[in-house]
Structures are given as structure tokens and as C-alpha cells.
Design a protein around this ligand. Structure first.
Ligand code: IVH
Length: 684
């Protein structure tokens, strides 16, 4: 073969292209926490690259992603870098039961197999020296990782000290339980921050935060599955895990020693369905040779141990028809395309809609109405379209995603995104650099108006009871409200004559509206719904500008001097106050008695109601921030403590209290006090 045909060989080109693509995905997955490829597709491509490298050994390269683990090291992480005493490896994986059987058949006969769940988080190595937790190191590039010990110390089940004096390392997976993940994403949605695609990305983003308090609030958890050290108990893996559990480490109960293929398959079959009831994400089963001497005999490749293999569950996937693409206009005017599907059963639920995110997403998939599409429900809760039928994702590799392959061009293909707002007909705009098309008619476009009102009355904003989405829809349809200021002009008789509402509801709604006039300035600012001004930012701005009269004249320099306020937020605030319609609304709210002047929430407070009490705060709160509750506890003579112990007088328990704290409180019989009970206690 001459040199020319050598270079032209499409498989060799594919090999090089796969390498680049997989390196890029590794970076997106481990560093950015924002993968753009499903795990399964990634694994398939990795297997294909391995095959190609075997076929073309002259192209093999030690730097290839097939030979090293993906790196989570970020350049300016702010964490100390620690060199692993033992490299942190990955696991060979397969999606095929036949390959599991092949692997089992190659083991020494009668080898015991320790079967475990494969937790879908990120790996961590806990170092104990002389009984003390000294480092908690991420996998990094497998050779060195980041020391995230302060963040790991927020996980209640991780012991800070143990009774063992020998140096040992415990490795495991850090996870964000489903319930915490959902809460976090809900908060982020409210604050218009980008959502995490799945709990793994959320856990990874959380573990790399520089703010241990925030990490604690998010509620990470961990399961440990591997012990390392010079002087370890027992010479089998299962017993070591049980010993670790006896020493106080969080080790899963879902670990079994199996003998032979049938027992291993029974374990796999059981957990394939049962894992859906677990509080954390799992993506497969890990099979490990139990005997440590047999493990040593089998040894390691550069990237994985030969004595273990991961069997990964297929993400549930079905073929269906994309009936129609419709468009949804959100509170901020973003127009989101939605796939309306021929209904199908997927992971136990009927799926008939899936988000298509934005124009680029649709173009990349090359789909249009009438196409057969693959829908997947994997680690993410929301179903998504992963490919069109002709791009069969079954083998992962032939999925074509480029415009030319799909027969569509970016400019003039068959698919055309709408150019006017489906709700109000206004021409849409797409800001350069943003993926979204937006309806700019924020003052008159119905879903934007209703969305603003819903946001205004929501719990973290004005907290007006009795006004849900349906009631707002109704009032809007009846022409009773057109903006947030109209709420304060509502009359009991107008409300009472609405369908499904009566005098009682009218009284409740009006009482809620009346009470909202006491809501503090910082929350009113958040409630106004200025773009990108979330709850936390609003608080910071309200502290810097103690009244709206001062804020409305703020210059860009003054605004950007506030922590977390960048150019864009500053511009949004200035634009808000430059719009005469907003000034009119603010004026009407002021006339109605809404609070636009701040008072330090805890200023002037003092008392002895909490004298001598040790109080733990857990969860999220509606009326005050955690910091404010801390100040209050001190102002009333109490002490705020971070962890639950016998000395804890009570726990001030908000929503979504940490499960570990709850468990500990139950064990020790510590009382839980709600936010309202606490405020009552202080006559607040
Ligand atoms: S053992 C040398 N056991 O899966 C063996 N890993 O895809 C080290 N993982 O990097 C790993 N659950 O982060 C092991 N029960 C389990 C696991 C597990 C999840 C993760 C781990 C590893 C990755 C490989």
C-alpha cells in the first residue's frame, strides 16, 4: 500500500477522529460536567476505538483515551493537588450479558465473584492516616487528583476519625440523591440558572465548589467499595467491605458473593428492576474477583483492573413517531420547541412529549415532523430524543449528527424554526451567542405576563397563598389582571363570582395579598422578575441599595461593584428601570403599600428565649435565609451548631431537610421545629 492510500484509509481516519472526539467528550464530562453525548454512545465509540487500535497497531498511542482515564482536573480549581499512592483506575465495561459470561468463563474455575451496584457519581479516595481523615482526593487524571476534603467532610456518613492506626484508603462514589438533585434543579430553574442534566453532573459540580456550606446544603452522600493499604484485614474483597462497614464506613448492603454464572445473572436481573427504587443513581453492576490473590494474578491494564468488569444497563430506548413540533413560550420569552410523540411506554411511564431544547439541537439531529425517532430515558428524568431512526443509535457509531449527513443544511433545510411568537405574533429575536429564540414582547405576550405573575406570587417571592397557576390563568382570561400591580386592585366580589371560587377563596386570596405587603424589600426585588436577578442576587443588591428609589438611579459601575453582579445583570436592571411601564407598575405597588425599603431583618432583635440552647439548622426556608436564622439564634441567646449530637436542643427544620440529619435526630430523639414554630417561639 502506498503512502497515499494509507492516509486515505477511512478506518484510519475514523480512528484519529474518534480519538479527538472522545478526548473532547472526556473534557465535557469530567471538567465541564456537561456531556453532549450519552454514556452509552461514549462507551460504544470507546469500544470501536479500541478495536481500531488493535487493527492498526502502528497508530496506537499511549496518549489515546483508550489508555488513560478521563481527567476531572481543572486548571484553576483552587484545590491542592495530591498524587495518588495507588493509581485510580477505571473499569472495563460491557452492555452485553454474553460478554459477561465470556469474562466469567476466563476466570479460574470456582472463582468467587463479589457483585456490587455500579453507582453513577464520581469516584473519591479517602485517606486515613493515624486514624484521621487527612485527604479526600478526586480521581483527577488517575495519577493525581484534587483534595476536596472540606467538601467531603460535609457528608454526614463519612467518619473524620477511626480507631485504626494503619494508613488506609477507602475508595467509593460520591452521589447526589435523586430527591436532592430534583430540589437543586428546581431552585436553579427558579433562578434561571442552567440545569444539571443528571445527578452525576450535579454531584460533580457540587464537589468542585469552593463553598463548603453550599456543598453541605446540597446534601451529597457516598458509598465506599474498595479498600487499599499495606496492612489490610482479610484476603477477600467482600470481607474487607464488611470490616469497613464495622469500622463505621458507609458501605452498601447490596453486595453479594456469587458462585457461577447463574448466581451472577440472578443478581443482575434482580437489580436491573430493583435499582429504580434506590434513592441514588446507578448505571450497572460491578463484578469483582473476590479473592485478593486471584486479583493479583490477573493484574491490571494501564487503565483498568483485569479482575473486575462493569455490566452497564441499557438506557431504556424506544422507537416512535415525531408527530409534530410545537413551541412553548416561557416566562422570560424563551421559545422552546417540543416534540409531540406517538405515545410509548418507557421506564414504566407513558411518554408523549420530549423537549427539543433549541433550533441547533433539532438541526443536529436532522429530524422533522413525521420522522421515526429514538427516545431514551436514562440517567435523566426527562425523556429525550437521541437520534432519528435511520441513524440507529443501537450501535452508537452510525449515529449521524452532522448537517450534511442528515441531508439538511443549517441555512435552508427542510426544518424551519418559527419566526413569530406562537402566542402573540411578535417577530422572534435570537441574540448572538445564545441558542434560544426569544419573544421580545415581554409586556404584552400572555405566557410572559402570566409567568411574571406566577413568579411574583411564588413562595420564595411574595408567597401569596391561594393564587396558583390555574387561578392566575382564570383571572387573566377574565381580564381581572394584566400585570402584578393589578393583584392589589382585586375586589372580593370579582373573585367570588368566578367559577370554582367563592367568598371563602376570595377572602383567602385577599388576605394573602394583604400579607404580602410585609414581605421584605429583598424578596420584593426578586419578585419583580428582572432578568437574571435570582433570589441570592436580589439579596445582595437589596443590601447594597436599601430602597428602590436608590436602586432605580444606580449606575452600571455601582451595580457591578456588587458581588455576583456582572455586566449583563447590571444592564438588565438598568433596562428594567428605563422602561416606563415598569416604573408605573412599581409606582402602583408602592401606592398599594408593598415594601420597597429595607430594614436589616435581624436589626434590633434581642431576647433570652433561646438562652443556653444549641440549635442545628437544616433544609431550606420560606421566610428568612439560613444566615438570618443564624443571626436570630445568636440574638436570642442561643448557639448555632453544624451537626446533630446529644447536646442539640432542637433542629430548626426547613423543607428538604438532610436525610442523614433526620436519621441522626430520630436516633437521638432530638425534636424538629418548623420554621413557623420557631418564629412563634420568638413572637416574630
Ligand atoms: S471499583 C479498581 N466498584 O465506576 C477498581 N467502581 O466506570 C475501581 N464505580 O471509576 C473501581 N460503582 O468511579 C468500583 N461498586 C463499584 C463502583 C465503581 C461505581 C465507578 C468508579 C469507577 C467507575 C468506572
Amino acid at each position: 500500500m502506498d503512502l497515499f492510500s494509507e492516509i486515505e484509509n477511512p478506518e484510519r481516519e475514523e480512528l484519529i477522529a474518534l480519538r479527538t472526539e472522545l478526548e473532547e467528550q472526556n473534557y465535557k464530562y469530567y471538567v465541564l460536567n456537561a456531556p453532549t453525548m450519552s454514556d452509552q454512545e461514549f462507551d460504544m465509540k470507546m469500544h470501536r476505538l479500541q478495536d481500531l487500535e488493535k487493527r492498526y497497531p502502528d497508530l496506537d498511542d499511549p496518549k489515546s483515551p483508550t489508555h488513560h482515564v478521563g481527567s476531572d482536573l481543572s486548571k484553576q480549581s483552587g484545590f491542592a493537588t495530591i498524587i495518588h499512592r495507588y493509581p485510580m483506575l477505571s473499569l472495563a465495561n460491557t452492555y452485553s450479558r454474553e460478554e459477561v459470561v465470556d469474562w466469567l468463563n476466563k476466570l479460574p474455575s470456582n472463582a468467587e465473584i463479589c457483585c456490587e451496584l455500579k453507582y453513577d457519581g464520581l469516584s473519591i479516595s479517602l485517606w486515613y492516616e493515624n486514624g484521621q481523615l487527612t485527604h479526600a482526593v478526586t480521581r483527577g487524571d488517575g495519577t493525581k487528583g484534587d483534595d476536596v476534603i472540606n467538601n467531603i467532610k460535609t457528608i454526614p456518613s463519612v467518619p473524620w476519625t477511626i480507631d485504626i492506626k494503619d494508613n488506609i484508603e477507602l475508595r467509593g462514589e460520591v452521589l447526589l440523591p435523586w430527591s436532592h438533585f430534583e430540589r437543586l434543579n428546581k431552585e436553579r430553574e427558579e433562578q434561571e440558572e442552567p440545569l444539571f442534566a443528571n445527578p452525576r453532573n450535579a454531584a460533580s459540580g457540587t464537589l468542585k465548589l469552593q463553598d463548603a456550606r453550599e456543598v453541605a446544603r446540597r446534601g451529597l452522600t457516598t458509598y465506599l467499595y474498595y479498600m487499599l493499604g499495606d496492612n489490610l484485614p482479610s484476603d477477600n474483597h467482600f470481607d474487607r467491605l464488611q470490616t469497613a462497614k464495622a469500622w463505621g464506613f458507609p458501605v452498601s448492603d447490596a453486595v453479594r458473593v456469587c458462585h457461577g454464572i447463574d448466581e451472577v445473572m440472578a443478581f443482575i436481573n434482580y437489580w436491573d428492576t430493583e435499582r429504580k427504587n434506590l434513592p441514588v443513581a446507578t448505571d450497572g453492576i460491578v463484578l469483582k474477583v473476590n479473592n485478593i490473590h486471584e486479583q493479583e494474578e490477573l493484574g491490571y491494564t494501564a487503565k483498568t483492573p483485569r479482575w473486575a468488569i462493569a455490566y452497564k444497563f441499557q438506557a431504556e430506548r424506544q422507537l416512535t413517531t415525531l408527530r409534530k413540533i410545537t413551541y412553548q413560550v416561557g416566562r422570560t420569552g424563551v421559545v422552546t420547541p417540543v416534540a409531540n410523540l406517538e405515545p410509548i411506554q418507557l421506564s414504566g411511564t407513558i411518554v408523549q412529549r420530549a423537549t427539543l431544547h433549541n433550533e441547533d439541537f433539532i438541526r443536529e439531529l436532522g429530524i422533522q415532523e413525521g420522522d421515526s425517532v429514538w427516545v431514551e430515558k436514562g440517567g435523566e428524568i426527562i425523556p429525550k430524543i437521541v437520534a432519528k431512526e435511520s441513524d440507529s443509535p443501537q450501535d452508537g457509531l452510525s449515529a449521524k449528527r452532522s448537517f450534511s449527513d442528515s441531508g439538511l443544511s443549517a441555512e435552508g433545510g427542510l426544518f424551519q424554526f418559527i419566526n413569530t411568537c406562537p402566542e402573540c405574533g411578535t417577530p422572534l429575536v435570537r441574540v448572538e451567542g445564545e441558542a434560544a429564540w426569544r419573544c421580545p414582547n415581554d409586556a404584552m405576550c400572555p405566557p410572559q405576563i402570566k409567568g411574571k405573575i406566577e413568579h411574583f406570587v411564588s413562595r420564595k417571592a411574595m408567597n401569596i397563598d391561594g393564587l396558583g397557576e390555574e387561578t392566575i390563568d382564570l383571572f387573566f382570561a377574565q381580564g381581572l389582571i394584566r400585570n402584578i400591580a393589578d393583584l392589589y386592585d382585586l375586589k372580593a366580589e370579582d373573585i367570588a363570582k368566578q367559577e370554582r371560587l367563592g367568598d371563602k377563596s376570595a377572602q383567602n386570596i385577599l388576605a394573602g395579598i394583604e400579607a404580602s405587603k410585609q414581605v421584605p424589600w429583598e424578596r420584593v426585588l426578586f419578585a419583580l422578575g428582572i432578568r437574571m436577578v435570582g433570589e441570592t442576587t436580589a439579596k445582595k443588591i437589596a443590601r447594597a441599595f436599601p430602597s428602590i428609589d436608590e436602586l432605580q438611579w444606580a449606575t452600571k459601575e455601582q451595580l457591578t461593584a456588587i458581588e455576583d453582579v456582572g455586566d449583563q445583570i447590571a444592564d438588565n436592571i438598568i433596562a428594567y428601570f428605563n422602561d416606563i411601564r415598569n416604573l408605573e407598575i412599581v409606582h402602583r405597588l408602592q401606592q398599594a403599600g408593598v415594601t420597597f425599603i429595607g430594614t436589616a431583618p435581624t436589626a434590633g432583635l434581642s431576647g433570652t428565649q433561646l438562652q443556653g440552647k444549641s440549635i442545628v439548622i437544616s433544609g431550606t426556608f420560606a421566610f428568612h435565609s439560613r444566615d438570618e436564622y443564624k443571626e436570630m439564634i445568636e440574638a436570642y441567646g442561643g448557639k448555632n451548631s453544624g451537626s446533630v449530637s446529644k447536646k442539640t436542643s432542637f433542629i430548626l427544620a426547613g423543607e428538604n431537610m438532610g436525610p442523614e440529619k433526620r436519621k441522626k435526630a430520630e436516633q437521638l430523639g432530638v425534636e424538629l421545629i418548623t420554621e413557623q414554630q420557631f418564629l412563634d417561639m420568638l413572637n416574630h
